[in-house]
Write a protein that binds this ligand. Structure first.
Ligand code: SF4
Length: 326
């Protein structure tokens, strides 16, 4: 956290970490490469689709000038204050911010979609747009499940009243007494909100969340849609296993707390390296390739007939593994 000057984490960061920790760390060390990756067509098309969907349910967008950091955070809180009653009234809301402390770390995220199902369940749904017209590989789906699970943990703690004012103020280094900008104050008054400082607005939101009739999320859902055709590829329901989820989060946080070095992908998932922008320069990949080559050589010396594949398909001379890492 100190090395990368961080005080809190985004849920997206943890999902990237679940794909490959080394890749995520390279994103901080080599920000230009990451920036280029974030500008690829698949990412920008996905962002445009999300924005279009958000605007579908927010037809009356108004422009409000935000001058300070507190103003910018206040805008998110004001949006939430408008979405809570909409959700209570059974309407669908999109791009709902969530924040709070999980396993001792402050996290932030934005939920794609919240709504009540026909049977009254509160559903959290995450849209994933894909350039391929197919459901994702289990390795990708693992990150998606982590994402919605963490959103649920944060949302549930917000409506239960476990999120405290100081969590947000301290971790985002915000001044509670900062007076909101004049444009923002005019906007809050037009919505019937009586808040002059950032603290007043935040306190109001925390009370509204706790006193709302919203309860814990009942169902987690992933929706996959094809980018070019816009057609639905499929949906998946995600099982919520809190104990396992928290164990996984603690495992990821051990890296952020400096308790262990980052881990790259293991040989079974070496295919990820072929689509990685750091493939050519990655020390982890080079290390693993060299180690595998040594294993190959040793196995060939110890077992001259090892070119014959084993009955179960695994070839102990490691040639398959070596090819994978190239
Ligand atoms: S090349 Fe492979 S191990 Fe290295 S950062 Fe990329 S995905 Fe991770």
């Amino acid at each position: 956290m100190e090395r990368f000057l961080k005080r809190h984490l985004s849920i997206t960061q943890l999902c990237e970490q679940s794909w490959c920790e080394i890749k995520m760390a390279y994103g901080f060390i080599k920000p230009k490469v990451r920036m280029l990756e974030m500008q690829n067509t698949e990412v920008t098309t996905g962002a445009s689709i999300h924005l279009a969907r958000e605007l579908e349910v927010k037809p009356n967008v108004v422009t409000v000038a935000a001058v300070t950091r507190e103003d910018r955070e206040a805008l998110k809180l004001i949006n939430m204050l408008q979405m809570v009653p909409a959700l209570e009234a059974g309407q669908l809301v999109r791009e709902f911010p969530v924040f709070g402390v999980l396993e001792g770390m402050f996290f932030m995220g934005v939920v794609d979609e919240l709504y009540r199902s026909d049977s009254g369940e509160l559903v959290l749904s995450e849209l994933k747009t894909r350039s391929h017209n197919s459901l994702p590989h289990p390795a990708q789906a693992k990150g998606h499940a982590l994402q919605v699970g963490m959103y649920k943990l944060l949302f549930d703690s917000m409506v239960k009243g476990s999120v405290k004012r100081d969590h947000l103020l301290h971790n985002l280094q915000l001044d509670p007494n900062r007076v909101l900008g004049s444009d923002l104050q005019t906007h809050t008054q037009s919505l019937g909100l009586q808040a002059v400082t950032f603290r007043e607005l935040l306190d109001h939101l925390l009370v509204v969340l706790t006193c709302s009739n919203l309860n814990a999320i009942d169902k987690l859902r992933l929706e996959y849609s094809h980018q070019s055709s816009g057609k639905l590829i499929g949906t998946r329901e995600v099982a919520f296993e809190e104990a396992q989820l928290r164990t996984n989060i603690r495992g990821y946080l051990a890296y952020w707390r400096g308790e262990r070095v980052p881990q790259g992908v293991e040989v079974e998932e070496a295919w990820k390296c072929r689509m990685c922008p750091y493939e050519e320069t990655c020390d982890w990949r080079r290390d693993r390739s060299q180690r595998l080559m040594m294993v190959n050589k040793r196995a060939k010396l110890e077992c001259p007939k090892s070119d014959d594949p084993k009955p179960n398909g695994s070839n102990l001379n490691g040639s398959k593994l070596e090819v994978e890492y190239r």
